[in-house]
Design a protein around this ligand. Structure first.
Ligand code: FCB
Length: 454
């Protein structure tokens, strides 16, 4: 840490978080691996979605992405040189099962086997996500998350992965942000597979909730002693104006964004009281589902990037609530249009830890995208460093107040393929030249390294 950064945030030191706090970086298979059809990998819904004109910013595709599939050894070397102790990555389902079910692709499994071994050899602890949005295309052709059979497809896939890697991988996450992949992919149609409307969204939500619990049980059975979690996107939600109607609108959006998948996992069922439209989930419930939805997670993965201000809206039928965009609120926002608001994580840590069933929280993603530029071969991003420091200060404060937060993973290591936004937003602490694949450590990456070594 240089002296100006120290002055800005005197409390910030690694030791202040305790010796058992996990520190890492996160990525996801589709966003970094590339090798989209190498070694018998099958297509995923994201391969299909990115090929359709108009779906992705600039027509970008992820056929090569960061070429992590081939370059992981040097990326791991760089992580280890920077002193990053933990890496969170995900498994590509269609690399393991090209058709989603049935015949296993041994070359796909071998890739993750090597990745896990090399991660461990380089002194980095692997944290593995079973599902980070790249559903096999063949399963989408049978309805994907809308088809209840997914609970069997997912269980079989999870068993194959956990039986292979579970002896060495001891930190797991079942799903990445179910609210985002069901909301973006099955309600708004802005993410793969591009489906829209409540008729798609509601069954997708229920089946993802069931898979959350099912995946947890598979890991418990086949990876003895594992630390098992699943991840949730969340944003601190506040009413736009101090009126009863805006307060009510904010409660509904909070139920939708922050509680929809967490509460059933905790055994509390869906938050129907605050969001009546969720009653439609009941049509998809079978008698055994209440139990299947529950799982006693060892930790909750919290992923936070911003806050939302919400107002009553007459023009949004059913929900009667709207999010007021940051750009219309005269606040500082990032390349994604998300308000820069480090305090959000503090509120969400308190909100999640208020459930007595939540034992431990790991921040499995936190970061921001700014317009980084290379100058004389270097990238200076003091705004990202400041954001991370400010967030860490909020995390530290919540921890001091008794919130059982035990880890922090930056999203992300190298700039990568940011879903519908293509390569435009850069979230990395390492710059990636997407043409040459040259990696340049940003000043934020150097800061994180100094912080971790301090
Ligand atoms: C999260 C996703 C992750 C990345 C970040 C910026 O919602 O889990 O893959 O895109 O946002």
């Amino acid at each position: 840490m240089n002296s100006t950064e120290k002055e800005r945030n005197p409390l910030l030191s690694r030791a202040a978080f305790g010796h058992d706090f996990h520190w890492g970086v996160s990525n996801a298979a589709f966003q970094v691996e590339g090798a989209w059809n190498e070694n018998d990998k099958g297509p995923s819904i994201w391969d299909t979605f990115t090929q359709k004109k108009g779906n992705i910013y600039g027509g970008h595709q992820a056929k090569i992405a960061c070429d992590f599939y081939n370059r992981y050894p040097s990326d791991l070397d760089l992580m280890s040189a920077l002193g990053i102790p933990d890496l969170r990555f995900s498994i590509s389902w269609p690399r393991i099962l090209p058709k989603g079910t049935g015949k296993v692709n041994p070359k796909g499994l071998a890739f993750y086997d090597r990745l896990v071994d090399e991660t461990l050899e380089k002194g980095i602890t692997p944290w593995v996500t079973l599902y980070h949005w790249d559903l096999p295309q063949s399963l989408q052709e049978q309805g994907g998350w809308i088809n209840r059979d997914i609970i069997h497809w997912f269980e079989d896939y999870a068993q194959i992965v956990v039986k292979t890697l579970g002896d060495r991988v001891k930190n797991w996450m079942v799903l990445n942000e179910p609210m985002v992949f069901t909301g973006g992919g099955y309600f708004l149609g802005i993410h793969a597979p591009g489906k829209k409307g409540l008729a798609n969204f509601i069954p997708a939500v229920h089946h993802a909730t069931l898979c959350q619990g099912i995946g947890g049980r598979v890991i418990r059975e086949f990876s003895p002693g594992a630390n098992i979690g699943t991840t949730f996107s969340c944003s601190y939600v506040e009413p736009y104006r101090d009126t009863p109607r805006d307060h009510k609108a904010a409660r509904k959006i909070d139920a939708l964004l922050n509680r929809l998948f967490l509460e059933p996992a905790l055994g509390r069922g869906y938050p129907i009281n605050d969001l009546k439209l969720l009653q439609r989930l009941e049509r998809h419930m079978k008698p055994e589902d209440e139990e299947l939805m529950k799982f006693d997670f060892d930790y909750i993965g919290l992923q936070n990037y911003t806050r939302e201000k919400v107002k009553f809206s007459i023009s949004t039928p059913i929900l009667w609530a709207n999010i007021v965009k940051a750009e219309n609120r005269k606040v500082h926002f990032n390349e994604m249009g998300w308000e820069v608001y480090p305090e959000s994580i503090y509120h969400m840590l308190h909100q999640f830890s208020a459930y007595p069933e939540v034992k431990k929280i790991i921040i499995t993603e936190s970061g921001t995208a700014f317009d980084d530029k290379v100058k004389n071969g270097e990238v200076h991003d003091p705004n990202r460093t400041k954001y991370i420091q400010d967030v860490l200060h909020q995390v530290w404060k919540a921890k001091q107040e008794g919130v059982p937060v035990q880890g922090y993973f930056i999203w992300t290591f190298t700039d990568n393929f940011e879903w519908a936004e293509g390569y435009r937003p850069r979230f990395g602490i390492v710059y990636n030249d997407h043409t040459t694949q040259e990696r340049i450590i940003k000043s934020s990456g150097q800061w994180y390294s100094d912080f971790l070594k301090s």
